[in-house]
Ligand binder design. Structure first.
Ligand SMILES: [Zn+2]
Length: 117
């Protein structure tokens, strides 16, 4: 049930982000799911669709984007998506740092505030 807890924490985070709006209606949420985040995309989406009723996300469209594993070379600063191996494709250095693809990121929240209409 890892994904269920992720959903709860996302929900909490979204509610906090929208605390300043009197009656926000979330239209769309975009999440970036890291390739190596350990999150099962389809399962997370199912969980969100199942449990979003009666929450701030009840009418929201939930979009998941895959975030590929990315590395940055410490020597030449080239950033690339990792295909295979962990060498810098530009200079061949092994001094690379993972800079993306490990996390679940809340990319954007689109809302409609009834009080603004
Ligand atoms: Zn390099």
């Amino acid at each position: 049930m890892h994904e269920y807890y992720l959903f709860l924490s996302l929900l909490h985070h979204i509610e906090e982000s929208l605390a300043g709006y009197p009656k926000p209606k979330v239209k769309r949420v975009i999440l970036k799911v890291g390739e190596f985040s350990g999150v099962e995309e389809n399962y997370l989406k199912d969980i969100m669709e199942t449990f979003k009723e009666d929450t701030i996300l009840a009418e929201a469209e939930i979009l998941l984007e895959r975030d590929p594993l990315r590395i940055r070379c410490e020597k030449c600063s080239t950033e690339t998506n990792v295909q295979r191996g962990t060498l810098c494709p530009c200079c061949g250095s092994t001094e690379v740092k993972i800079v993306g693809g490990l996390d679940l990121v809340l990319k954007s929240i689109e809302i409609e505030d009834e009080n603004l209409l």
